[in-house]
Design a protein around this ligand. Structure first.
Ligand SMILES: Nc1ncnc2c1ncn2[C@@H]1O[C@H](COP(=O)(O)OP(=O)(O)OP(=O)(O)O)[C@@H](O)[C@H]1O
Length: 332
């Protein structure tokens, strides 16, 4: 039996007119059900366009989007654009009723035919997203991050098959963001919900995604499991998106003990050992940046500046002479 995929882009292109051709080019992507697929790319790389294509908010110029084997209709073909079995949450939370309570904003998405089920489902989604304490608050009094959480609850209460998230956590502060990400991962695990999210935050996609898709100038550059893509990115663009890395010429990288025939070497800041003793020419610590549980050192030799992660806080100060050695690197 041929298995139909849940959500698929088949050679989809959507180009916007302009001096530079932008949009999405020839994208083929099969979204795995019950998983979180994260699309990461630089600003303007086409992430939101891809999500809108999946949802049917815009139509492809070429190719097609299929949901459970059926072609997803574009806005020209539907009275209300979008797909009934999918829900999309964007950075904007404009469709909330500011003067209604959080509970009512969520419950209103459900029909009045079964009031008991309506109450249960609303209470349940607020609980799943740890927002029960906000239930009786008026939306107008909520912070931007709390409003984003209400928007996610509204999307989830109708129990869509696919949840499309367009940078939905960017207004949520760090501690809540991590909690919300965990809650969504838990819902995916418990319910089999399929999530496609776009983001340019590496920490977010690395921790949340089962499958990571890297998009550059509207085209898919590579994809894979976050751990694999982080450790072995096939392209420098991916390494730079996913990690704080030093990009050096192979001649410069020699100063860190790297011998390579390739032109460009990327070294993650945590792939560098720093020692106080040196042989030959030393590196000089130019800046020590406190980052919480670690420090980032800006270290210089001649005109080359390298960033290196230091977990032994307070060990180095500006002006110190040190030796650097890369124990791992990527060649391009
Ligand atoms: N309606 C439109 N008309 C013309 N150009 C558009 C339109 N929508 C998007 N673009 C352009 O297409 C490119 C891709 O936009 P898109 O919003 O998909 O990128 P993105 O990766 O989501 O960016 P960001 O991370 O900044 O939100 C950009 O250069 C953008 O300016």
């Amino acid at each position: 039996m041929i298995k139909t995929s849940l959500l698929k882009a088949n050679a989809v292109s959507k180009l916007y007119p302009g001096e530079r051709t932008t949009g999405v080019k020839n994208v083929t992507l099969d979204i795995k059900p019950g998983e979180i697929t994260a699309v990461i790319g630089a600003s303007g790389s086409g992430k939101s366009t891809l999500l809108k294509l999946f949802f049917g908010l815009i139509s492809p110029d070429k190719g097609e989007i299929r949901f459970k084997g059926d072609r997803v209709w574009g806005p020209e073909e539907k009275l209300i654009p979008g797909h009934d079995e999918m829900k999309m949450v964007t950075q904007h939370t404009d469709d909330l009723n500011l003067f209604a309570k959080v509970w009512d904003n969520v419950a209103t998405l459900l029909p009045n035919t079964d009031l008991k089920a309506k109450k249960e489902k609303t209470d349940n989604v607020l609980k799943q997203l740890n927002m029960t304490h906000l239930a009786t608050r008026q939306v107008v009094d909520l912070s931007g991050g709390e409003k984003q959480r209400v928007a996610i609850a509204r999307a989830m209460v109708t129990q869509p098959t696919v949840l499309l998230l367009d940078e939905p956590f960017n207004q949520v502060d760090t501690s809540f963001r991590e909690a919300l990400q965990q809650d969504i991962r838990q819902v995916v695990k418990d319910t089999g919900l399929t999530v496609v999210m776009v983001s340019h935050d590496p920490a977010e996609v690395l921790s949340m995604a089962d499958e990571l898709v890297v998009i550059k100038d509207g085209e898919i550059l590579e994809k894979g499991q976050p751990r694999n893509l982080y450790k072995q990115p096939g392209h420098l663009y991916t390494a730079q998106l996913l990690a704080n890395c030093n990009v050096l010429t192979s001649k410069q990288a020699k100063l860190l003990g790297v011998t390579s025939k390739k032109e460009t070497i990327a070294i993650y800041t945590d792939y560098i050992d720093i020692t106080k003793s040196w042989v030959g020419k030393a590196w000089e610590v130019k800046q020590v940046m406190f980052k919480g549980f670690f420090e980032e050192l800006l270290v210089q030799q001649d005109n080359i500046t390298v960033r290196a992660l230091n977990k032994e806080q307070g060990k180095y100060k500006e002006g110190d002479k040190v030796n650097l050695k890369a124990w791992g690197y990527l060649e391009y």
